[in-house]
Structures are given as C-alpha cells and as structure tokens.
Design a protein around this ligand. Structure first.
Ligand code: ZN
Length: 62
C-alpha cells in the first residue's frame, strides 16, 4: 500500500471530467477525501480503490 499524507498531491490514472488529474488529500480515514485541483470538487474514495488509481504521489514536504 502506498503511503499518503494529508496535503499530498495525487496524480490519478484517470482524470476528473473537468480535465484535471491532480488531487489534494484533505482527509484520511477509512475513506480518503480528495479535492480536485482543477475545479475544487471534493470526492470521497475508499483506500483500496484509491491505491489502484494512483499514478504518482507528490509530497510537498520532501
Ligand atoms: Zn475537477
């Protein structure tokens, strides 16, 4: 399982309908809350599904 932290930017394999494929992690729990960087829309996604969709994790703290 890929480690993700609050505030990380995730690049997903499939983009949002608005055309953006980068999302900011805004909450982590059983489900992860992501904010689309293109249109600010919030989505909830469960960890197993999210792990399959992640292409790249951009950790801004590194
Ligand atoms: Zn969007």
């Amino acid at each position: 399982m890929r480690k993700i932290n609050l505030g990380d930017i995730l690049v997903l394999k499939k983009g949002h309908p608005c055309g953006e494929n980068k999302w900011e992690v805004t909450r982590i729990g059983a489900d992860v809350k992501l904010k689309c960087l293109g249109c600010d829309r919030i989505v909830m996604i469960d960890r197993p599904t999210l792990n399959k969709r992640i292409k790249k994790v951009i950790n801004l703290d590194d």
